[in-house]
Design a protein around this ligand. Structure first.
Ligand code: K1U
Ligand code: ZN
Length: 179
């Protein structure tokens, strides 16, 4: 297994539409295992193939506390969205440190294939619903701040840039301190 580098916003790959998976071969299983390891290490509760630079329609999600309930969704499609809308705080491993409230349907049903190509359906609520919608957006080149108003999105990008500068400064100071 391997840790994969996570593509950071605004890398243009994050805005690309991913291609459907046609071959359910060993390389797909290896990528799913590597994505799961990368998600757990980050740490995160979801990861889309887009975020590791692979433009194919696959996501991994594990919202369990114990990190022992991995779901792999290949070629996922949302087949039902509730009329009820809920606002939840979201984060993203491609925009680390940024958390914003996003409004989305409260409940969704997702149809997908597993790593063997078998179809399954899952009804999602709470964090699973948020996470499924967030990860499927990645496959269509959408990041969570794209759901904000232009003003809130611009402010979020400014905060992200500030946070990155602070982090780079802290890392530089840490390196100098260790010398
Ligand atoms: O897509 C991603 O970058 C993963 C993202 C998924 C997500 C989280 C929360 C709301 C919507 C989508 C993350 O995992 S961000 C990190 C995070 O929220 C988290 C990390 C550790 C434990 C619990 C949450
Ligand atoms: Zn994300």
């Amino acid at each position: 297994m391997a840790l994969l580098p996570i593509v950071q916003y605004p890398d243009p790959r994050l805005a690309a539409k991913a291609e459907p998976v046609a071959d359910f071969d060993d390389s797909l299983k290896q990528l799913a295992a590597d994505m799961a390891e990368t998600m757990y290490a980050a740490p995160g509760v979801g990861l889309a193939a887009t975020q590791v630079g692979k433009l194919i329609r696959m996501v991994v999600i594990d919202i369990s506390e114990e990190k022992n309930d991995l779901h792999v969704f290949v070629n996922p499609v949302i087949t039902f969205r509730s009329e009820e809308i809920k606002e939840c705080e979201e984060g993203c491993l491609s925009l680390p440190g940024l958390y914003e409230k996003v409004k989305r349907p409260a409940f969704v049903t997702v149809k997908a294939q597993d790593l063997q190509g078998n179809f399954f359906e899952m009804q999602c609520d709470e964090l699973m619903s948020v996470c499924v919608q967030h990860e499927l957006d990645h496959l269509d080149g959408v990041v969570f701040i794209d759901h904000l108003s232009q003003l809130k999105k611009s402010r979020a990008i400014v905060r992200l840039a500030k946070r990155r500068r602070e982090k780079a400064r802290e890392e530089k100071e840490g390196r100098e301190h260790r010398r």
